[in-house]
Ligand binder design. Structure first.
Ligand SMILES: Cc1ncc(COP(=O)(O)O)c(C=O)c1O
Length: 388
């Protein structure tokens, strides 16, 4: 057993693990049935399950097209390639996962970081506008932790006025909304990840959703080695193997049916957190994290001054069997060695958001009572300054 597997098992044995994947018996039976049909038909990739997953996911988002791909990372790179960013600047959040900026580089663009806003953890529109140059091709936003920023409509309007594209990296935002509109309602396209930690998973996988016919058509070419057609060997784009197998799509089909239920359960947990935190007067919550709009991929809170995150996490684990999940994110991109060449300037918002946040456990397995237990456990540690 390797270290990662061991950690996973230890985590699963905790009273409240940081995250849990939900495949109940009926889901497993259905997934196995779909996988069996792939094995019997021999259509293991770009087959009927992939098409069904695309159709259902596109419909769920309310978008005209959905293109299934191998990961959330390849989804971003493919859209950027369809938009043509070579030699151009693309503004991305400083507070995001490595893949958002790496995809820009892989597509031949130059990532430019913009600072974060404390209330939503999202990219600051004012800072984006300050960083626009004649070389800017567009902007990528990320709905951090499942929060769709209320600044998004303004950013979209500002981008349109300047002829810049707006792409939404919605890796965290399956089913999240802003003013009741699906997260994918903004931008030229949205990209999703189905990595196992996400609100829904296909094991590995990603999806591009868009109303733009050209992006969808070109993305289908890029994902299959840049081939003009499935059966041809005529390559029109510098694509790669970014296909989603039908085995993965089968898992995605089954999980997508449960998405609304998963989100409802996560919101019930979040609601319980909000009440308990208010009762205990413990933590500050981001003002933009709303119980009826976020999908609660993460439940984010800010620690009071003087409370250190690492010993708090350790004490929660050891004394209360509670796993505080990974941050979104621990280090902003300008502090990642790999992006040193793009890291000039100050990012006080992102530094603050990354340093002061703590993510409370949330999953569709948790109950509101679990959330109360987590906050009551925190209440026993935080006032004492948390010594592990
Ligand atoms: C914001 C963000 N973008 C992109 C990705 C990449 O997704 P994947 O792991 O499916 O490649 C992730 C993954 O965790 C993410 O959090």
């Amino acid at each position: 057993m390797d270290a990662a597997e061991n950690n996973y098992r230890v985590e699963e044995c905790m009273r409240v693990p940081a995250a849990s994947i939900v495949f109940d018996d009926a889901d497993i039976k259905e997934a196995l049935g779909l996988i069996e049909s792939s094995l019997r038909s021999g259509q293991l990739t770009l087959g009927p399950h992939g098409r069904q997953f695309e159709e259902s996911f596109g419909k769920r988002c309310g978008r005209k097209h959905a293109v299934a791909v191998s990961s959330g990372t390849s989804a971003i790179e493919i859209v950027l390639r369809t938009l043509g960013v070579e030699g151009r600047e693309v503004i991305v959040p400083d507070n995001t996962f490595f893949a958002t900026a790496a995809a820009v580089q892989h597509a031949g663009g130059i990532p430019v970081f913009a600072d974060a806003v404390r209330d939503t953890l999202a990219i600051s529109v004012d800072d984006v506008l300050a960083r626009v140059t004649p070389k800017t091709a567009g902007v990528v936003v990320v709905h951090i932790g499942g929060i769709v920023s209320p600044e998004l409509p303004r950013l979209e309007a500002e981008c349109r006025a300047r002829g810049l594209f707006l792409l939404c990296d919605a890796a965290h935002a399956h089913g999240a909304t802003l003013d009741g509109r699906d997260a994918s309602d903004w931008g030229i396209a949205s990209t999703y990840s189905f990595y196992p930690t996400k609100v829904m998973t296909s094991g590995e996988g990603g999806m591009i959703v868009t109303d733009d016919d050209t992006i969808a058509e070109t993305a289908r070419v890029f994902r299959d080695q840049g081939k003009a057609g499935f059966t041809s060997n005529f390559h029109t784009q510098l694509g790669a193997n970014w296909r989603l197998s039908d085995i993965h799509a089968a898992l995605g089909i089954v999980q997508l049916r449960r998405l609304d239920e998963f989100i409802a359960k996560r919101r019930a947990v979040a609601s319980s957190y909000v009440d308990a935190i208010a009762r205990e007067g413990l933590l500050e919550l981001p003002g933009g994290q709303h119980v009826d709009e976020s999908n609660f991929y993460k439940f984010v809170a800010y620690l009071p001054d003087g409370v250190e995150r690492a010993p708090l996490k350790q004490a929660m684990r050891e004394q209360f069997e509670v796993g505080l999940s990974g941050e979104v994110y621990e280090f902003p991109l300008h502090r990642q060695p790999v992006f040193e060449a793009f890291s000039s300037g100050n990012f006080p918002g992102a530094d603050d958001v990354c340093a002061r946040q703590v993510c409370l456990p949330v999953s569709a397995r948790m109950t509101p009572a679990d959330a109360t237990y987590v906050v009551e456990s925190l209440a026993r540690l935080i006032p004492t300054g948390v010594t592990a």
